[in-house]
Design a protein. Structure first.
Length: 97
């Protein structure tokens, strides 16, 4: 079964306190689903239509685990803490292996 990845682009962070609260809750919320952070930070370089924004890539054992993590009550609590503190785009992508 191929791994899966959350790819999150932060279009803007308007409330650093809310973002900080989310950042404390999210890792513990996704860990039970086998999550592992592969990258997080502002893009080092951008090309074509890319934007120099914060990106987070999180690996999961499968698409099912990635979706379950997103729908879990603990992750919902993390999202509540973030609230309107950021504008993001989260995509779940299946790995090639």
């Amino acid at each position: 079964m191929p791994k899966a990845y959350w790819v999150v682009f932060y279009r803007s962070i308007s409330d650093p306190q809310k973002f900080g609260a989310y950042a404390k809750l999210a890792p513990a919320a996704t860990a039970p689903f086998g999550s592992r952070y592969l990258a997080r930070g502002t893009a080092a370089a951008v090309f074509e239509a890319g934007l120099k924004e914060r990106v987070v890539i999180t690996e999961f054992p499968s698409v099912e685990k990635a979706v379950a993590a997103y729908k879990s009550p603990a992750y919902r609590d993390a999202l509540k803490a973030l609230g309107d503190g950021a504008v993001r785009d989260l995509r779940i992508v299946e790995g090639v292996e």
